[in-house]
Write a protein of this length. Structure first.
Length: 254
């Protein structure tokens, strides 16, 4: 019997373990993560600096290898086990499926801002080059930075680079957005604007978002919020969030 894809989790992490080999020995960064995300969820991930948030994001996007476990993503008729894909297959799949906002932005320094956003569109072949430029400018407008379109990343501020990174993540109109501290370098007004853009993407366009943040005031606005503590994932209930549990609040500080 064929399972109805809409009732299956969109993203499923099964006992994901990540061990880094360091000069000091093995470091267990993720200690068996199990998580299911359904379509149209806006999931928040919080936790102290070094808890494993970016490592978790890298497992979901497949930009880094896992040590054991599995990550399944089910955007089509059957789930894809992303770490089993070949490198080129993975790149193509990621380009069409995932928008990724990296904590360190990862803009290409030799391309202008508008070109940085056009690149994923041109690689995926989803938009012709005329359309990709127009769309890139639209996305720069969405993050309120269109006036800088022809500058290079080194010529704009960190917060402006972060907004370009967000625009680039949306370039191919992906069903899933994975964003690592996407508002971390923004002032509170700009951060709120970006967060509202994300909320709109979920409510009006049916996107699914997983977002890492240090901003505890956002916790009640996610569909679900998880905290990572030393490589382990804990669900935070509405009560935990509303009561501002001491350990929860402390854990948000970086
Ligand atoms: N390539 C690596 N090699 C060895 N250890 C690493 C590597 N990357 C991360 N770690 C370690 O794994 C742990 C989790 O790191 P991670 O970057 O996921 O933390 P984080 O929660 O994203 O922190 P932050 O809030 O500062 O961004 C940290 O102790 C870090 O030092
Ligand atoms: Mg991080």
């Amino acid at each position: 019997m064929q399972l109805n894809p809409s009732t299956q989790p969109l993203i499923e992490m099964r006992n994901v373990v990540k061990i880094y080999a360091t000069a000091a020995g093995e470091f267990h960064a993720l200690k068996g993560i199990n998580m299911q995300v359904t379509r149209r969820e806006f999931v928040g991930i919080v936790g102290k600096s070094g808890a494993g948030k970016s490592t978790l994001m890298n497992m979901i996007t497949g930009v880094d290898h896992l040590t054991s476990g599995e990550v399944l993503v089910n955007t089509n008729s059957s789930p894809v086990s992303i770490h089993k894909m070949k490198e080129d297959e993975m790149a193509y799949w990621r380009g069409r499926t995932l928008g990724v906002v990296y904590q360190s932005f990862q803009l290409l320094p030799m391309l202008t801002l508008v070109e940085n956003i056009m690149l994923p569109m041109d690689l995926s072949g989803r938009f012709n080059s005329k359309r990709s430029r127009a769309r890139a400018l639209e996305l720069l407008r969405l993050v309120e930075i269109e006036g800088h379109a022809d500058k290079y990343p080194s010529q704009i501020s960190g917060g402006q680079q972060q907004r370009v990174a967000i625009a680039r993540a949306l370039a191919n109109d992906p069903p899933i957005l994975v964003a690592d501290e996407p508002t971390g370098s923004l002032d509170s007004v700009t951060a709120e604007h970006i967060f509202e853009v994300f909320e709109h993407l979920v409510s009006e366009q049916g996107k699914t978002i997983i977002m890492v943040t240090h901003d505890k005031s956002l916790a009640s606005r996610f569909t679900r919020t998880f905290e990572i503590v030393d490589g382990e994932l804990h669900f935070l209930s509405g009560e935990d969030i509303a009561s501002g549990k001491e350990e929860v609040n402390e854990s948000f500080a970086s």
